[in-house]
Design a protein around this ligand. Sequence first.
Ligand SMILES: Cc1cc2nc3c(=O)[nH]c(=O)nc-3n(C[C@H](O)[C@H](O)[C@H](O)COP(=O)(O)O)c2cc1C
Length: 266
Amino acid sequence: MRNAFSVERLHVPRQPSMIPGTNGIREALSTATTADSNGWLPLTKELWMPDLLPLTVEEVLTTTRSVRKRLDLERPVEHEVIEQCLRIAMQTPSGSNRQAWQWLFIEDPAIKQKLADIYRKQFDVTYRVTPVGAYDDPKTQAQAVRRRESAVWLADHFEDVPLIMIPCQAGRVDGAGVGEQAGFWGSLLPAVWNFMLALRTRGLGSAWVTMNLARPEGERETAEVLGIPYETYTQAGMFPIGYTKGTDFKPIPTPEVSAVLHWDRW
Ligand SMILES: Cc1cc2nc3c(=O)[nH]c(=O)nc-3n(C[C@H](O)[C@H](O)[C@H](O)COP(=O)(O)O)c2cc1C
């Protein structure tokens, strides 16, 4: 079935918003029964991909932000959506194609409460009590203040997010050299990021969160709560997940490319 997933080829109008169950694309596709003048076959509900936001690849890549305050705490996240995102994440390369990852998703309120407490043990004695940095540029200053408010909000609401994801990978690299670290983290973190991109295309969001691992005991305490075999599996963070309130996220300002780009030599 060629081009089975191409909405454009079927001339189905793009929708301004994507809400599962109310998506006009799905309705339009389900009623199309004949091939178009190019011979493209109609999509059916069976072939149809999940509802996706009408974003280009570049829009997804440049607008996947850390979402904290805009996580919808009221709306449950379906297991099916997480499975779809994980299927996508599992297409990511890993060293020797080991795919040594394991992914935990926590929705039990009592367990989320324990994880939130572990997070705050670090957050409350460091980030929360550290003054926001002072910047000359008022815009940068305002961003720093917003980032702080957002981070504090998440710390205060961690147990309330619909899901918490803990990505893990077989092996431990505590004290290892750069080569081993690079291979280890390079075999997991791109998959985590692809997972976050897949969330974004489905109207969900997350934030990259590692502060629970900042205290040496943080990872072990998390492992004990979740039954992760600490000696043989390493955790990469603690990711809150939920549908986002609204789906309009913007690219952030960055320095000129010339400030970071090198050709041939440093
Ligand atoms: C490795 C890493 C660790 C992070 N740890 C935390 C964290 O513990 N808590 C938190 O609220 N945000 C955390 N963040 C989110 C950053 O603050 C955020 O990515 C950054 O401010 C840029 O914002 P953006 O993701 O919206 O572009 C982390 C991000 C990265 C990449």
